[in-house]
Ligand binder design. Structure first.
Ligand code: NDP
Length: 306
């Protein structure tokens, strides 16, 4: 019987996970199909009931369900519990286990961004949604001593800080109002800037003015494209990296959880690059000459290397 893995989101039509996971199943000779389920929030409980069946290996969960799905799951891993968000589900019989593979995905992206340099200890995070929770938890676990979170709706950033109260008790985690001059001031004290908002995903906007980006900054945008923020960062001489490494590694971790097998990272990376090349704003679809404008070092805007 062909096993099933589903991505539950709303919408899911533009997800790159399908190409990446199907290529991995095929490469490992696993008889499984990755399906995209577009489910409105009201239909989420029924979808979760359905995946308890024997034909399912598990699921991915994406916007807007990552936090909403938590109470519908029987057991959470430490990362899912700490972040309050689930992006991967596995089955133990009819019981469901919730994981957050965005956390190891982010850690892989952070390692690549920093490269051989010393790991910084201060970071600015833009956004306070599910992605930002994985980022903040990854930074806390990495040993960052100061993290400032900016969000358009301040109360959500404050909620995030409160959520991490206990895990962040040994360090400084602060929510601040979304104001360019405050962001600029915080950036002078930080080496790492992470964009975990969706600004730049469907438009050519940047969350912050180009002038506040200094050449010493390491900038990570969770968005998979070469966003305006990343282009501005490059123009300022900063090191810039998009969200592909995070996407690849969260997917690889999910694959291993469903199948018990090591993920074929190269094949998944190639499938991701091919799927992106067909997209309008994909980095790989742009002229190869673009690469030469990247700053030297490990953190350029790169295709996933695994
Ligand atoms: P959420 O919907 O949970 O959060 C969206 C965030 O973006 C919120 O902080 C929201 O602020 C902010 N935002 C949206 N529009 C605006 C705007 N016009 N002005 C200011 N702030 C805005 O999404 P996720 O956290 O799940 O995802 C965020 C981004 O990260 C997405 O682009 C997603 O694709 C990417 N991502 C990438 C991953 C990867 O593997 N590379 C993994 C996870 C996410 P507010 O709360 O005020 O509305």
């Amino acid at each position: 019987m062909t096993k099933r893995v589903v991505l539950i989101g709303h919408p899911v039509a533009h997800s790159l996970s399908g190409a990446m996971q199907q290529a991995a199943f095929d490469a490992r000779g696993i008889d499984a199909a990755y399906e995209l389920w577009d489910r409105a929030p009201i239909d989420l409980p029924d979808a979760i009931t359905e995946i308890r069946g024997d034909d399912f290996l598990g699921a991915n969960v994406t916007i807007p369900h990552k936090e909403r799905v938590v109470p519908l799951i029987d057991r959470l891993t430490e990362e899912a519990h700490a972040t309050g968000a689930v992006n991967t589900i596995t089955r133990e019989g009819r019981r469901l286990v919730g994981h957050n593979t965005d956390v190891p995905g982010f850690s892989a992206a952070l390692d690549k961004l920093v490269g051989r340099a010393k790991m910084p200890r201060q970071a600015v995070v833009l956004g306070a949604g599910g992605g930002a929770r994985a980022v903040v938890y990854g930074l806390i676990r990495e040993g960052f001593t100061r993290i400032v979170v900016f969000n358009r709706h301040l109360h959500r950033a404050e909620g995030l800080v409160k959520h991490f109260g206990r895990s962040a008790s040994h360090m400084e985690l602060r929510a601040m109002p979304w104001h360019p001059s405050i962001i600029e001031s915080e950036l002078t004290k930080s080496k790492i800037l992470v964009n975990a908002t969706s600004i730049g995903l469907t438009d050519d906007e940047s969350p912050i003015p180009a002038e506040v980006l200094a050449s010493e900054l390491l900038v990570l945008d969770l968005i998979y494209n070469r966003t305006r923020l990343l282009r501005d960062a490059q123009s300022a001489g900063a090191t810039a990296q998009d969200g592909e490494t995070m996407l690849l590694h969260q997917g690889a971790a999910a694959f291993t959880l469903w199948t018990g097998q090591p993920a074929p990272l190269d094949i998944m990376g190639e499938a991701l690059a091919a799927a992106r090349a067909g997209g309008l704003r994909s980095a790989e679809g742009e002229p190869a000459g673009d690469e030469s404008t990247e700053p030297a070092g490990d953190g350029g805007i790169t295709a996933a290397s695994g």
